[in-house]
Design a protein around this ligand. Structure first.
Ligand code: HEM
Length: 483
């Protein structure tokens, strides 16, 4: 019985697969050329096999050579148009909310929460995006966030001397603690550590098969999500109580005044009058968005520098110069951050060669004409930033790590007309782009001025399920003699 049901299901699915292929063949003249691969799985297995290695480029290179810079494939259950040229990528980013909409599978939205900025659309998205931008702009970072970034980075590195550490894990711990401080003014302690453990389970869920059973990674992630949301909810309630108490008792005023500058303060004060659930989802998504991204770039910058001694030596010179003008143990300040030109070149180059966000998925909301092709309504597109960043026609010697290239280029933002888009662009431009740069710069400063290190083991970069080093980049660390 079960066998015949399965056989019937197989026949139905096969039929649907063939119908899809036939309907595509009819439209073949105007959709971008390509191959849909095998029924159901399409070319997903080829994509995964390529991205599990250090060199995923052949997946896109081979198709670009055969079909051109816009090609159709079938991955993760849907036909998808891959876009690999700068103009068309820009077109997709700028037309967010008009011709395209961001699109996440429900397994991801369940982890993020439906009120997360990443899932918002329309006017509410516009408002909340600009609120987030205003919370993480240069002035706020300079006047309020910088001092804690410097303090927390040093605090975390205090225990590194003489140890073998997994740099990727340490960088994640740092970015988690920084984000907790920035979002709701909480310093590291038992509460944040318990929350971080749950949070790690939640993050695993983004990179797992979405099977919601209690023993699967995804099932555990859903459970962890509830716990993280509960913890954030209790914090939101406490802050609401504090705000009411301040109205009555002046003695709290200073403390509360400080907290108003954090993201939770901005949300509680907003005229929108957000519900508890909206506030929690919003905070949780910010915690997710800045975590894996920033910590990965910290780790990879160190890995690439370790493999490029001339670049590391120039970086050290820049930071020793800054340190040399300070008293022992003195904090960095904003003007120090502004005098790190080579550090910015290193960050740009790391983002160019190994950004964790290699591109963005969008869905066409109507038939979209692009470069003489039609992308049918409802289809997915993948605007590949990585393909542009590693294109030999766009960057000389595009697939080597060469931070010096940025000394002669000032195109470091995602402004219109730009081909360098590690932080996306258009209405969904990353609101944390400056914050991430500052955090990575401060991290590199304290690392190179306080420590020397060497790789403890050979480690490899892979790109699936996400950009990371296979062994979490183990290094042996020793404190440098005081400058
Ligand atoms: C190196 C670090 C980072 C990289 C490479 C990065 C990259 C990106 C990219 C490419 C997008 C656009 C996604 C899209 O268009 O669908 C994005 C969006 C976003 N990023 Fe970042 N990001 C980084 C750090 C941060 C930090 C520190 C924060 C914390 C404030 C943050 C918060 C966000 C949020 C909330 C969004 C969603 C914006 C929206 O949908 O309107 N990111 N990021």
């Amino acid at each position: 019985m079960a066998v015949s049901l399965l056989a019937a299901l197989f026949v139905v699915l096969l039929g649907l697969g063939l119908l899809l292929r036939l309907s595509l063949r009819r439209r073949r003249s105007d959709i971008p050329p390509g191959s849909l691969g095998l029924p159901f799985v399409g070319e997903t297995l080829q994509l995964i096999a390529a991205y599990k290695t250090e060199n995923p480029e052949p997946f896109i290179d081979a198709r670009v050579r055969r079909y051109g810079r816009l090609f159709t494939t079938h991955v993760f259950g849907e036909p998808t148009v891959f876009i690999t040229d700068p103009d068309s990528n820009r077109f997709v980013l700028q037309n967010e909310g008009k011709l395209f909409e961001c699109s996440y599978p429900s397994s991801i939205s369940n982890l993020l929460g439906r009120h997360s900025l990443l899932l918002m659309k329309g006017n509410l998205h516009k408002k909340m995006h600009s609120l987030t931008m205003s919370f993480a702009n240069s002035t706020i970072i300079r006047d309020h966030l910088f001092v804690d970034i410097d303090r927390l980075v040093r605090y975390n590195m205090d225990t590194w001397d003489g140890r073998r550490i997994l740099l990727q894990d340490e960088a994640k711990k740092i970015t988690f603690e920084l984000t907790m401080k920035q979002l709701m003014s909480v310093d590291p302690g038992e509460w944040t550590e318990r929350l971080r453990k749950e949070y790690l389970l939640l993050i695993e869920g983004f990179f797992s098969l979405p099977v919601p059973l209690f023993f699967t990674t995804y099932g555990r992630a859903l459970k962890a999500r509830t716990k993280v949301a509960d913890a954030l909810r209790s914090m939101v309630r406490e802050r609401r109580r504090e705000a009411i108490a301040t109205g009555r008792e002046e003695k709290y005023e200073d403390e509360v005044e400080k907290k108003k500058k954090d993201m939770l303060g901005a949300l509680l004060e907003s005229e929108e009058g957000f519900s508890e659930e909206e506030t929690v989802d919003f905070l949780l998504a910010l915690l997710v968005a800045g975590y894996e991204t920033t910590s990965t770039i910290m780790t990879l910058a160190v890995k690439f520098l370790s493999e490029a001694p001339a670049a590391l030596s120039l970086l050290k010179e820049e930071h020793d110069g800054i340190r040399g003008k300070k008293k022992p143990g003195e904090s960095l300040d904003w003007s120090d951050y502004k005098s790190m030109p080579f550090t910015q070149c290193v960050i740009n180059e790391t983002l160019r060669v190994a950004n964790i966000i290699s591109g963005v998925f969008r869905r066409a909301v109507s038939d979209v004409q692009i470069k003489g092709y039609t992308i049918p309504k409802g289809w997915k597109v993948f605007a590949s930033f990585r393909a542009v960043h590693l294109d030999y026609d766009v960057y000389k010697d595009a697939r080597s790590f060469n931070p010096w290239r940025w000394q002669t280029s000032n195109s470091t933002t995602s402004s219109p007309g730009n081909i360098y888009t590690p932080f996306g662009g258009g209405p969904r431009l990353c609101p944390g782009y400056e914050l991430a740069r500052v955090e990575i710069s401060v991290f590199l400063h304290h690392l190179v001025t306080s420590f020397s290190w060497e790789a403890a083991e050979e480690d490899k970069l892979v790109f699936f399920p996400t950009t990371r080093t296979q062994k979490r980049y183990p290094i042996n660390v020793r404190r440098r003699k005081t400058l």
